[in-house]
Every structure is written in structure tokens, then in C-alpha cells.
Design a protein around this ligand. Sequence first.
Ligand code: EPU
Length: 422
Amino acid sequence: MALLRIQGGSVIDGQITASSAKNSVINLIAAALLADGVVTLSNVPHLRDVSTMIELLSNMGVIVVVNDRMELEIHPNTISSLKAPYELVKTMRASFNVLGPLIARYGEAEVSLPGGCAIGTRPVDQHLKGLRALGADIAMHEGYVKGSVQGRLRGARVVFDFSTVGGTEHLMMAAALAEGVTLLENCAKEPEIIDLANFLNLLGADIRGAGTSQIRIEGAERLDGGAFEAVSDRIEVGTYLIAAAATGGRLEICNAVAEHNSALLEKLREAGAEILTNEGKISLDMQGQRPRAVNIVTGPYPAFPTDLQAQMMTLNCLAEGACSIQETIFENRFMHVPELARMGAEIQLQNNNSVALVKGVGELIGAPVMATDLRASASLVIAGIAASGETTVDRVYHIDRGYQQIEERLQRLGVDIKREAG
Ligand code: EPU
């Protein structure tokens, strides 16, 4: 298995350009199934999750062409199978979101249930409740969800029990081709949801209110093809900013939307970073200082994102002072804690492992560590950069799901990091 070998002690200094958001792109690829025409997505990041999604569509017979400028050309009308197999869905839960588009467009689909996940059980009950409300007949059979509808899906009112990003996106897609008006209430408000609405509206859908708790969708009879570029990846942006702050460094990020990272920027300022934002750029300067500890409570957007919790924990491990980090979205998202402890971090888990009390230590010490999920692996890479001595991060395939060219980018920022075949 490939690993990353990091010689620690560097201070991040330089400039990078953010990629398009992984968590938007994978939904746009699912949404492309709704189109009756060719969909082109530009500036698509070279990531394992994107490849999985392409493989899933190809497996259904859909022609997907990728060119050397990382443009994806999707030909949804070439589809020949309406089945998403377990082997692919289990590797990436978001692929479950092809279910709604397939039922909406073709009247039936068979999609594997995604199963468990390292960070939590992650059920799909809200997705299924919504699809049923739109008139889909949903049945479970041998680990698969079989969905069907006579004629078209029908618009309905769906009230989510709690904020769900994937559930909101899934229902928006299905409702885009339903007959009549759908009202989604208690929706998630993440920027990727607005991005999906913009994409579907470009294809001819009528979606209003994305980014608020109520989304209104007037179903269309058909959607066209079209060309689109996804919004910048706020989690990639956040990860690099935290890495720079943790090492006392400086960083300028282009193609970044400051507003999408408001909660993080506030916390980084509190930690002592000087931050300037200006027309698609975010600059951070720590002026060589050690960060101050900052308390974190994760929550649905616009609160502090769970996808940056692990990275921020590493910063806090290095900080002056102590803090508490509360995870409210996933029940098992502290798997980086024992790995950070192997590098000398002082962290105590409390409240049924939903709160971490972190006492900043002057220095982390390099060690062999193991990545357990995508964002946990990013936190270990940051720890390795800041630590003294050598760190190896094993199971690096986790990081390749969501960070393109991570070692090349970090090398350009002054980090001594290389990939080795395991
Ligand atoms: N949930 C349910 N039932 C449902 C749906 C969700 O119980 O039907 C629960 C989940 O188990 C979780 C909470 O509700 O405890 C929130 O889940 P949500 O549906 O909002 O998350 P998601 O759509 O599965 C997306 C991102 C995650 C990110 C979360 C929260 C994508 C592809 N994934 O997941 O990203 O952590 O929103 O912001 O958009 C990552 O990029 O590393 C990642 C895990």
C-alpha cells in the first residue's frame, strides 16, 4: 500500500490554486443522468471519488469522455443498465444518489445500499422517505434498493428530520423531473447545494431557495445538456489554510470563496492568523507564531464543518493553551486521535467520544501513523509537516479520494514529502 513519507519541521510558504469541490462534482455527475443531452463539466479534479463516479456511470453503459484538460463529457442517453452495484457504491456513499435521478428519468432503478462507513453508520432513511413522498415505490432486496414509479414522480412536500446534505441534493435531483411542485423543508444549506441547483437550472430546471432551509422545485418534463464548472473546494482550501497556520507559515490561495469558509476564517483569526480576503483569493500569515488554542463545535453549514474538524485538531495539538472540540455530525469521527497521540498529542475523549479535550504541546514528534478516512489522513499529514523528525502516513488511498496532487502541491509550498509504493 502506498504511503507518504514526510520530513517534518517545514514552514508552509507559497501560493496554490484550489480545485473544484469534490463533494459538488460527484453530485453533478449523478445529476447528469437527468439530462437529455451531453453534459460537460470543466476543471474536474483528478480524484479517486471522481473516478469511482465515472466508473459507476460507465458500468451503466453511459459514455464518459475525459480529456487532458480534465473536462468530463457525459453522454447520459447512452445508458443501457439501471443498476448501481455494491462493489462501486460501497467504496463511495455519494454514488447512492444516482437512485433518484434514475427513477425520475427512467421510472426504475436498482441501487446497492451503501452499508457502513468508517466515520459513522450514515443511514439513508431521509433519502428514501423523500423519494417515497414523490411517489416512488421503494423496496429492499438482498442489499439493494429497488425503486420504481408508474409514469413520472409527483411533486410533494418533504420535511427533513434534520439537516442532510446528501438527502437535500438527492431530492432536488429527483424533483427536478417530477410532475408539479416539490417543497423541501429543513434543507441543508451547504454551498455545494447551491452549486447543484445552479447546474440543474442551467439544464432547464426551476429550483429556487437553494442555500436556505426551504427549496422549491417546479418539475420539468425534460432537461437539456449543458456545460458547467463546479464551485471551489472549500474543504481543500480550509485544509491548506490550517496546514499553513499550524506551521506558523504563509499561504495565498486562488480560486477560493472566503464566504464559504467564514466559520474557519473566524477560528483561524482567533488562533492568531492574519487573514486577508480579496476577489477569489484568501491570504493567511501566521508570522512565524505558534497558534493559540481555539474551541470548535462542528455543525451544518454555515457552522464549523465536520470535514475540517480533524485538521483543526492537529492545529490545536500544536497550539498554546487547551481547547475542546465537539463533533456533532458523525458519531465516529475522532479516529485520528489515537494516531495523533502516537506523535505526542495530549487528547482526552469525553461524552461518549463526541468531545475531545486537547492540550497543546510544544512539539509533535514524527512517527509511523495510519490514515483511517479522508479528512483524518489530512490531519496526519499536517501533523507530519509540523512535527520534528520523520512521519510516514500509511493507507494514503484515503487522501487520494479528496486531495489532488497533495504531495506535489505541498512540495511547492516547501514541504519535504514524497510518495512511496508500499
Ligand atoms: N443521516 C441520516 N439519515 C440520512 C442522511 C443522513 O441519519 O438519510 C445522518 C448522517 O449519518 C450524518 C448526518 O445525518 O450523521 C449528516 O449527514 P449528511 O447527509 O449531511 O452527510 P452526507 O451527505 O452523507 C456530506 C459530505 C460529507 C460531509 C457531510 C456533512 C458529500 C459527498 N459528502 O455527506 O463529506 O462530511 O456532508 O457536511 O457531499 C468528506 O468530504 O470527507 C465527507 C465525509
